[in-house]
Design a protein around this ligand. Structure first.
Ligand code: A2P
Length: 278
């Protein structure tokens, strides 16, 4: 399945995540397995420290670069115009690639850390992102962990609109405001930690629905995500789970099941962008 981006490109769904996937053989094998299983979208980030292994896994997969969609992200220490340009060059060099399909600002500069300068930093970084598109280093650009207050200034001043916002999203964290704004602006929403860092997998409402459909809880969570028009990035280092996490297009959750999943108690497993201090 593919979704259309406002940049004119399309993005495969789901994406294969690599957060916490250790650099070296584990990551190389996971990426190779993922491509063999049928993922064509791989998501990494400079801060994951595994871009070289992601690139190596892609090369070992035997797939042509043009058949794959590769995302990386700018780490927080590199925000600002010149450092962003250099950071993207380094990500490309580490991946061994000459372009990225998607480059994201990993986290917004926030007021807690940067006071009244936060917005200016984000806008400067975005200007560099636009230049990366003009120079052909990146096809589509977007954001990660940008909620409404971080998104609005970028939307107001961008020459190239963000194509994607990648945020923490799973039952218990429905992100209604950010998603409403993204829908209005034609921004594709991607979910990180769609399995709640694995902690939702034993949740009784979910295990009940999973057994009713003869599917796993992970598959129910991924299905819930796509039925809400959110693109999940799903991570595993195990070949059986890597394959299992692609196999959720052969069933449909009813309206009642969707509502029951959406009413699970509030939960956040990662940082909030307004209070992140890294
Ligand atoms: P592993 O890589 O050992 O398979 P999230 O994407 O929400 O952050 O969750 C990722 C966590 O879920 C990882 O710890 C991953 O572990 C685990 N995981 C991924 N897919 C499955 C699956 N199908 N069944 C059980 N655990 C899974």
């Amino acid at each position: 399945m593919e979704l259309s981006l406002n940049s004119g490109y399309s993005i495969p769904c789901p994406g294969f995540g690599t957060f916490k996937t250790p650099d070296g053989e584990v990551c190389i094998n996971a990426v190779r397995e993922a491509v063999a299983a049928g993922y064509t979208h791989i998501d990494t980030a400079a801060v994951y420290g595994n871009e070289r292994s992601v690139g190596e896994g892609v090369r070992q997969s035997g797939k042509a670069r043009g058949e794959l969609f590769i995302t990386s992200k700018l780490w927080n220490t590199e925000r600002g115009y010149d450092s962003t340009l250099r950071a993207c060059e380094k990500s490309l060099a580490d991946l061994g690639m000459d372009y990225l399909d998607l480059y994201l600002i990993h986290w917004p500069a926030n007021e807690m850390q940067f006071g009244s300068k936060a917005t200016a930093i984000n806008l400067d970084t975005w200007k560099a992102f636009e230049r990366l598109v003009d120079e052909g280093m990146v096809r589509s650009i977007g954001l990660s962990n940008f909620y409404v207050a971080h998104l609005e200034p970028v939307l107001a001043s961008a020459n190239i609109a963000p194509a994607v916002d990648q945020i923490e999203y799973h039952p218990g964290l429905l992100q209604e405001e950010a998603i409403a704004l993204c829908r209005e602006k034609g921004i594709v929403v991607e979910a990180w930690s769609p399995l709640g860092r694995g902690r939702l997998l034993e949740e009784p409402v979910l295990t009940g629905i999973a057994s009713a459909h003869g599917k796993t809880t992970a598959q129910v969570l991924l299905r819930w995500c796509v039925q809400n028009d959110v693109l999940p990035l799903v991570k595993s280092v195990h070949a059986d789970r890597i394959r299992q996490n692609l196999d959720f297009f052969d069933f449909t959750l009813s309206g009642e099941e969707m509502a029951a999943i959406s009413s699970l108690p509030e939960a956040r497993y990662g940082s909030h962008p307004d209070t992140a201090t890294f």
